[in-house]
Design a binder for this molecule. Structure first.
Ligand SMILES: Cc1cc2nc3c(=O)[nH]c(=O)nc-3n(C[C@H](O)[C@H](O)[C@H](O)COP(=O)(O)OP(=O)(O)OC[C@H]3O[C@@H](n4cnc5c(N)ncnc54)[C@H](O)[C@@H]3O)c2cc1C
Length: 479
């Protein structure tokens, strides 16, 4: 990791301008970003002081900045990319608006739902699928009518049976820590074995269990149980949370929140070093050094290990980051196919190239656009012939015209997709990494106690971190 000389003295105006250029555009929040990162090799010593620095401009970081403004704090956001939103990223494909990450919201996710209502953003429901596709006894796939989904739901209910007892309070996953000790050890695969599921049954329920966890042998049963509890322990809400989308996309929401924050934001500014000297914190990004009384670290858990925290962090931080919390093999793929193939809901087998395929809300002029999710480590999300083979297996006769995917595990500023903890992480690590460490407070959907793995959890965590960081910054020595 590159070491940059840190000078506490006030930087000259020339140095600040150089630093700004090295790190990308410094802007008032809400302005469009531009410029390119040229951090490598840029070693301009400059110090710019703020009350609080927020590292990462996803929903957690931007919410933190917005809350800090309410407390009168002068806040800087340092964002590695040329956009805000992180794992929420609205884009276009085949001339249609699409999402590479977060897509759906639900009234039970009260924080994001309330923000959207307050901002006057309309919502639209995806149409229902026309038919389902499931694995068959003979090893292939067959079309089924939607009533077949009841088989999948019955298996899902068996998976999470008992969650009302061991996870009785959805926003307090530790409430029955005594009962969790045995459950939190289990992978989803362990649970399937406890239930003595046949291979066919595993294949029917994989898309709503194993695949969520990045594979049956990666994800923990308790993470699934947390989502089940948040959904009121019923399949209607469990599926209902993947139906309603905000008009204008997720990027539209966060752009508005950023504007409200009034924070200064530097794009193309990947943070490489955080030095907490006990009375102030210096943060190095793109060759520039910024100083604050406290710092909110709102980057994904999987990214923590790529930042040099010079004062050291308790071992749980490094361990969690190495083990991964965000699913490291997850990809989302947009697929343009020829003609009108209706609205399928494909449930891939365990280990299949594609775990879930569904129709995009809108059709394109060329035919149907499909949205696919994959946690298969061998799938190249932008390889059209691999995707064609995978689509032919589940929807025979369907011609793929083009694909555009994003591999979240290969993304250096995410290193994984949605949150799905592994066995043991809930009980062993979550409480530890939610504690402030010195002048640093960690935030993000990955470490939310409520909707971890969803935008709502990012907002929850960002707001909580802001409250702590505001107090810490108030107690800081003046720069
Ligand atoms: C494919 C997919 C589908 C999903 N679907 C849904 C859904 O339908 N509904 C839903 O609610 N949620 C969904 N999620 C989850 C949701 O996207 C996340 O929970 C949420 O966006 C996480 O927000 P965050 O702020 O915690 O982290 P992030 O969004 O990851 O934000 C972290 C920010 O930190 C930045 N960063 C990283 N490293 C550095 C560094 N060194 N220096 C500076 N900045 C850095 C990143 O660029 C990023 O902007 C989905 C996620 C994925 C990947």
């Amino acid at each position: 990791m590159k070491e940059t000389s840190v000078k506490r003295a006030h930087a000259s105006r020339r140095a600040i301008l150089k630093a700004g250029a090295a790190a990308g555009l410094v802007g008032a929040a809400g302005l469009a970003s531009a410029g390119s990162a040229s951090a490598d090799g840029a070693t301009y010593p400059a110090v710019q002081s703020y009350d609080v620095i927020v590292i990462g401009g996803g929903f957690a970081g931007v919410t933190a900045a917005r809350e800090l403004r309410k407390k009168g704090k002068r806040t800087l956001i340092l964002e590695a990319r040329n956009r805000v939103g992180g794992r929420a990223w609205s884009s276009t494909f085949s001339g249609l608006p699409i999402e590479f990450g977060a897509t759906w919201i639900h009234p039970s996710q009260t924080l994001i739902w309330n923000e959207v209502q307050r901002l006057g953003i309309a919502r639209v429901d995806d149409p229902n699928p026309d038919y389902a596709v499931f694995a068959t006894e003979s090893g292939g796939y067959a079309r089924q009518d939607l009533a077949f989904l009841e088989h999948q739901d019955a298996l899902l209910r068996r998976f999470v049976e008992g969650a009302e007892q061991y996870m009785p309070r959805p926003y307090d996953p530790f409430h029955r820590a005594d009962l969790l000790a045995d459950v939190d050890k289990l992978t989803l695969g362990d649970r399937a074995r406890q239930l003595r599921l046949t291979t066919l049954e595993r294949n029917w329920v994989s898309a709503t269990t194993g695949a969520y966890g990045g594979g049956f042998e990666r994800g923990s049963l308790t993470q699934l149980a947390r989502w089940w509890a948040l959904c009121g322990y019923n399949t209607e809400t469990f599926h209902g949370i993947n139906v309603t989308r905000p008009v204008g996309g997720m990027s539209g929401i966060i752009t508005k929140l950023l504007a409200e924050s009034g924070a200064t934001i530097v794009y193309n500014a990947p943070v490489t070093k955080v030095a907490d000297n006990g009375s102030r914190v210096q943060v190095t990004a793109g060759g520039a050094v910024y100083d604050a009384g406290s710092v909110v670290v709102a980057v994904p858990v999987n990214v923590w290990n790529s930042i040099n925290f010079t004062a050291g962090l308790p071992a749980e931080f490094g361990r969690l980051s190495t083990e991964t919390v965000g699913v490291p093999t997850a990809k989302k793929i947009l697929i343009q196919v020829q003609g009108d193939i209706g609205r399928p809901l494909v449930n891939g087998k365990s280990g299949a190239p594609l775990d879930l395929v569904l129709a995009n809300t809108d059709k394109s002029s060329q035919g149907t656009v499909l949205v696919a999710f994959s946690v298969n480590p061998n799938l190249d999300a932008n390889n059209q012939s691999q995707i064609q083979r995978a689509i032919t297996e589940v929807l025979p006769g369907t011609k793929v015209l083009s694909v555009k995917g994003h591999d979240w595990g290969q993304d250096p500023y995410a290193k994984g997709a949605w949150t799905f903890m592994r066995p043991g992480q809930l009980l062993r690590s979550l409480r530890a990494v939610r504690q402030p460490h010195g002048r640093l407070v960690f935030a993000g959907s990955d470490i939310a106690t409520g909707w971890a793995g969803y935008v709502d959890g990012a907002i929850e965590s960002g707001a909580q971190a802001a409250a702590v960081a505001a107090n810490l910054s108030g107690a800081a020595a003046l720069a």
